[in-house]
Design a protein around this ligand. Structure first.
Ligand SMILES: C[S@@+](CC[C@H](N)C(=O)[O-])C[C@H]1O[C@@H](n2cnc3c(N)ncnc32)[C@H](O)[C@@H]1O
Length: 239
């Protein structure tokens, strides 16, 4: 699948930006890539380290809090570069993972090819590309214990199954940019889609975000943030 102008709002190439480009690849403090929007002062990950951030917020405080589950259903809101899915696969151990990813603006494969995650994490690049190229809304076996479904739609349009997810990675752009997505309505939808005991993690600790999560029914806590990055992060639990 090649980039097509009308298909992908984010047409990226680190060497040659097209006139339609809205982001470019940059290197964060731990050496891993992220994407920086050219239209706003916003990146896909922390500039202090993309892999470091993912490892802390979504793996340590998310996946690794669910080690008692032999099977785990995960929803990622904002698939983007696919780093969190790759990290989850690499840290899944013996767990069966059923991973659902939402992304209304998928990256073109030329850009994904250039990201240095598989190189840094010594992971199989074909598997990473396979996730990005998965047929939408079809469950694909990426590895023996890891199935993956990509939904090319935003959270507002996603028909979330009831009481289904054990873990939610809420990884949208900053609430200041996408205020309409960090609301009690959206979090209520995610609350209904969560099983009792489910965890949702995110990098934002904004008061309004935490209040919206609480209003939706989650128990919300602040935890220390990633090493070298933001001081705090948020974890929400459906009791
Ligand atoms: C912070 S970035 C991506 C982070 C991503 N988890 C990663 O590791 O690259 C936010 C992502 O959310 C996507 N997005 C924007 N609106 C969305 C929506 N309504 N629902 C789900 N994802 C959305 C963006 O296209 C972008 O890829």
């Amino acid at each position: 699948m090649k980039c097509e102008k009308k298909q992908t709002p984010l047409l990226l190439n680190s060497k040659k930006m097209t006139p339609h480009s809205k982001a470019s690849i940059i290197t964060t403090a731990d050496g891993s890539h992220t994407l920086a929007l050219t239209t706003a002062d916003e990146t896909y990950h922390s500039k202090h380290g993309a892999i470091t951030e993912s490892a802390h917020i979504f793996i340590k405080e998310g996946l690794h809090q669910k080690t008692q589950n032999s099977t785990i259903c995960i929803l990622e809101v904002g698939f983007g570069t696919g780093l969190n899915a790759l990290m989850t696969l690499l840290h899944s151990g013996n767990q069966e993972i059923n991973y659902h990813a939402l992304e209304p603006n998928p990256l073109c494969i030329d850009v994904v090819q250039e990201l240095n995650y598989t190189q840094l994490l010594k992971a199989n690049k074909q598997i990473f590309l396979q996730m990005h190229q998965a047929a939408p809304e079809e469950k694909t076996a990426i590895a023996k214990n890891f199935s993956f479904t990509l939904f090319k739609k935003g959270i507002a349009f996603f028909e979330a199954p009831a009481s289904f997810y054990d873990l939610i990675y809420f990884d949208l752009f900053d609430p200041q940019l996408t205020q309409e997505l960090w609301t009690p309505d959206i979090f209520s939808k995610l609350y209904r889609a969560s099983r009792p005991g489910a965890i949702m993690t995110t990098y934002s600790v904004k008061g309004a975000v935490r209040r919206s999560m609480s209003l939706a029914g989650f128990k919300v806590e602040k935890l220390p943030g990633p090493p070298g990055g933001k001081r705090e992060m948020t974890r929400a639990i459906k009791l």
